[in-house]
Design a protein around this ligand. Structure first.
Ligand code: GDP
Length: 469
């Protein structure tokens, strides 16, 4: 796509979803000719003489033919989404009307917008920084409360503000370092090295925290992947069905939701949990024996959470311990689930629990829940533990990274700051120090787009948007 800087041409696109049976569609124009072009086909007040943020009723005509009765909303730059003149035309939602109208506006001088071009203009014209623009796409895609919250925070500048602060501190310091260079041979130090070291350490800590938040942010954005594993007949498919059925009972009350959209995932208090690779599980028993240890491990690798299910009448503590150890990888959340307590006279912690937790707790897991998948007994407790584990990944008041591009930039910034720190340790000369600081700055700035971002990168970012956004 073209990412030509602030172009003067006026773009047009349908801003609402195409092909949906809503009552109204909105066609949006942005650019210096937006109002003139609309005025040329509008029959009503003279739009050229109206104030910004006003709405006008009238008809759109192609020659003598009336195409539709519409409402026109006017936004004069810079008080608009793109910072340019913007017109939004609310029409009846007919495919025919929309096509005629867009064709007419193009005939009068507008150009069909490319994917993400409205938001790209908002970015290029300074209406928002790059991370905020990316959050617009996330906001549109958000399907649950938690991802909505994160995207909204990012769009409103949550992450950018902190990054800006870091940038300014680094820029101030580089300025001092460069001042030293201006003095050449003279042995002067304007930049207090001890103070700088403290700053670098603080920044490193903050960036490391942001990087850590990605595990949580990513899980929230895409749903937390959960693997249910255990021996044959442990009750895995029963548990999955119980979890899904309870969810379905709640969700099916909401008009318009279909079974398909909620299948294999549940929403607990705004967080989506996805049960991965359950195709086999629901029909045949997906057992470690049946799928093999290698496959079970592969499956667990894709998961963030392992629900390891066992039946104490059919397993020994040693078996459970060996399998969990075999499946474990660093960072995996393991919840041990003892099933079929209805056959065991209710929930009582027993010797086998103790034998298992003695070995597995601390290093592999810290939760054991006893349930009856069949009777839905204590399944709510299991849900509570799941939720607590995921919530526990987020630090209070922390900014949360959800974007791979951002986490990569942060990792590179962290590395460069590591070089700065090492450089300070060995009394590296100012010019070499400044080089590493600039590298860190470049990576931090690439998140907000405060440097010239590569056109290809812009193309990739905005190309992911829908047309009209
Ligand atoms: P999977 O092989 O691990 O998927 O196990 P299934 O879910 O197919 O369950 C195996 C058998 O155990 C079935 O007959 C289930 O009805 C039964 N089962 C599963 N959970 C429970 C439970 O909590 N209590 C009792 N009594 N039986 C259960």
């Amino acid at each position: 796509m073209s990412t030509g800087l602030v172009s003067q041409d006026t773009i047009v696109a349908l801003a609402t979803s195409p092909g949906v049976n809503g009552a109204i569609a909105v066609i949006r124009l942005s650019g210096s000719q937006a109002i003139t072009i609309t005025n040329a086909v509008f029959n009503g007040k003279d739009l050229l003489n109206q104030h910004t943020h006003t709405i006008h009723f009238g008809t759109i005509r192609d020659g003598e033919e009336i195409i539709d009765e519409v409402l026109i909303s006017l936004f004069k730059g810079p008080h608009s989404y793109t910072k340019e003149d913007v017109v939004e035309i609310s029409t009846h939602n007919s495919k025919y009307i929309i096509e005629r109208l867009i064709a007419l506006l193009i005939k009068k001088g507008a150009r069909a917008a490319q994917a993400g071009e409205f938001t790209l203009r908002a970015f290029l014209n300074g209406g928002m920084d790059l991370s905020q623009a990316e959050a617009v796409a996330d906001l549109i895609a958000s399907e649950n409360k938690a991802s909505h919250e994160i995207a909204m925070n990012q769009m409103r500048g949550g992450i950018s503000n902190k990054l800006q602060e870091m940038r300014e501190q680094l820029i101030n310091f580089t300025a001092l370092l460069e001042l030293e260079l201006d003095f050449g041979e003279e042995d002067v130090e304007f930049a207090d090295r001890a103070q700088f070291e403290a700053l670098v350490q603080e920044l490193k800590m903050h960036i490391a925290k942001l990087i850590q938040s990605f595990a949580y942010g990513n899980a929230i954005k895409h749903g937390v992947p959960v693997a249910i594993i255990g021996k044959p007949n442990a009750g895995k498919s029963t548990l999955l069905n119980t979890l899904l059925d309870e969810e379905r009972a709640i969700v099916s009350d909401i008009a318009g939701t279909t079974r398909d959209t909620i299948e294999e995932s549940i929403n607990l208090d705004g967080i989506t949990f996805r049960f991965i690779d359950t195709a086999g599980l629901r029909e045949t028993a997906d057992t470690i024996e049946a799928i093999g240890v290698t496959k079970a491990k592969e499956k667990v690798r894709q998961a963030k959470v392992l629900l390891y299910l066992y039946d104490d009448k059919d397993s020994t503590a040693d078996e459970v311990i060996a399998q969990v150890k075999e499946l474990y990888y660093d960072g995996l959340i393991v919840i041990l689930v003892r099933n079929k307590i209805d056959l065991q006279g209710g929930y009582h912690s027993n010797e086998m629990d103790t034998a298992i937790t003695d070995v597995l707790f601390t290093n592999y897991s810290d939760s054991l829940v006893a349930i009856s998948a069949k009777d839905s007994e204590s399944v709510d407790r299991l849900k509570g533990v799941l939720l607590d584990k995921i919530r526990g990944m987020a630090v209070e008041d922390q900014q949360i990274i959800t974007n791979t591009r951002h986490v990569e930039a942060l990792e590179q910034a962290l590395e460069a700051l590591g070089q700065v720190e090492a450089g300070l340790g060995i009394l590296l000369p100012g010019d070499l120090l400044a080089h590493h600081v600039r590298t860190a700055l470049r990576h931090i700035s690439s998140i907000t787009g405060d440097i010239d971002v590569d056109r290809d990168i812009l193309g990739t970012i905005f190309g992911k948007f829908c047309i009209g956004k």
